[in-house]
Design a protein around this ligand. Structure first.
Ligand SMILES: Cc1cc2nc3c(=O)[nH]c(=O)nc-3n(C[C@H](O)[C@H](O)[C@H](O)COP(=O)(O)O)c2cc1C
Length: 377
């Protein structure tokens, strides 16, 4: 049995957080996962500038389900003033209960501008952004957390400094994805780094992230690292019931949900239906298509069926296709514990603004922030 996660004034009974995933963790998916388990479900990343300028794409992503009582949003930002304004909007107009800041995105077009995973190299700029966000959220009593990686690469680690900076800035927690920016999603997450951060930071909780594929992995991570909670990303792609297993595991029960293909099809239908409710049938079905491969991973469904599902354009068509699946096919247990979602390969070098590594300060550095950046993580 583990303790609840305390993020400032926000208490999360089960110390499990759905990782923000751009293009995935929209209102429909968060609701789907929340129907299964317990924890904190973070909205996909939105940009501070996009929110401040009320950019159309940004606004369309800032949608919450009617049952979503604890609203949690991840902001991307590189400019303390924009981040503060965006935080104020989230708290004042959207009633969010938690703001997370993204300092882990490895996408070259983001790091090239000094954003995401590149930013923590500039220690003082990082501190300024965090302080501004914390100050903007304080009147609303909303906790601000940061999510980051180990560093740019093994020679340019930033996470231990980031932990101290986050504490000093008044953040309520820091989440660490145990990979460097250069690793992107390749290799194995370094849980020793999570343990090192736990040992280094003593005033705020540390959340561990990376390679939790099963509920047992989450318990193991907490045990091995001393993390106050876990952040789960790719492991729940096509498997929202992982949150059921996680809730059970943290309550001391060993539950391994192994749905038959018929039960998976029902989950797919529920997911598509929620997407359509939130986005309309055409867009909802389009969004659903990207999840098909994850849901069917390891099942026998053949190529033509997968292709048809990957082109589905209405709920009626989806129902027709799902009815053709063998409802009794058992869950492919060989898939358990294995990676899913993007893995990619490591990068030779991290694309950074010119002269980025020359100093670690960054005070007063003005970084161009893209209002429509949506790549995330
Ligand atoms: C499709 C996708 C989108 C992501 N988008 C974001 C994002 O917007 N913000 C963020 O902090 N991390 C993002 N991430 C990273 C995850 O939050 C998480 O840190 C990473 O996947 C490692 O955890 P995992 O091993 O549990 O997947 C994304 C990951 C994936 C696979």
């Amino acid at each position: 049995m583990t303790s609840p996660l305390q993020l400032g004034p926000l208490r999360v009974e089960t110390p499990v957080v759905l990782a923000p995933m751009a293009g995935i963790t929209n209102a429909a998916y968060r609701r789907l996962c929340a129907e299964q388990g317990a924890g904190l479900y973070v909205c996909e990343m939105i940009t501070s500038r996009g929110l401040v300028e009320r950019d159309e794409t940004t606004m369309s992503m800032l949608v919450f389900d009617e049952l979503e009582t604890t609203r949690s949003v991840q902001l991307y930002g590189t400019d303390p003033v924009y981040v503060a304004k965006a935080t104020e909007i989230l708290c004042g107009e959207y009633g969010v209960a938690h703001v997370d800041l993204n300092f882990g995105c490895p996408v070259p077009k983001v790091t090239r501008k000094g954003g995401g995973g590149a930013l923590p190299w500039k220690r003082n700029l990082l501190g300024q952004i965090l302080e501004h966000a914390v100050a903007a959220a304080a009147p609303y009593d909303v906790p601000v957390t940061m999510k980051t990686r180990k560093g740019l690469d093994e020679d340019h680690l930033t996470y231990l400094d980031a932990g101290r900076i986050a504490e000093d800035a008044g953040c309520a927690a820091i989440a660490l994805h145990g990979r460097t920016v250069a690793q992107a999603y390749s290799g194995a997450a370094d849980w020793d780094a999570i343990a090192a951060l736990v040992a280094h930071v003593d005033r705020i909780p540390v959340l561990g992230n990376g390679d939790i594929w099963e509920a047992a992995d989450a318990l193991r991570m907490v045990e091995q690292t001393g993390a106050a909670g876990v952040v789960v990303g790719r492991g729940c792609l096509g498997r929202p019931w992982l949150f059921r297993d996680l809730a059970a595991a943290f309550a001391g029960d060993d539950v391994k949900t192994l749905p038959t293909l018929g039960e998976v099809a029902a989950m797919m239908r529920r997911h598509a239906e929620l997407l359509c409710e939130h986005m309309g049938e055409e867009r909802g079905c389009k969004e659903f298509r990207k999840h098909v491969t994850w849901y069917l991973k390891g099942f026998a469904a053949g190529g033509p069926m997968r292709r048809s599902l990957g082109l589905v354009d209405s709920l009626a068509a989806l129902d027709g296709l799902l009815a053709e699946l063998d409802a009794d096919e058992p869950f492919p247990v060989s898939e358990l514990g294995s990676p899913r979602g993007r893995q990619g390969s490591p990068r030779d070098r991290v694309v950074l603004p010119e002269g980025w590594l020359d100093d670690t300060d960054g005070t007063g550095v003005v970084l161009r922030e893209d209002a429509a950046e949506t790549t995330g993580g």
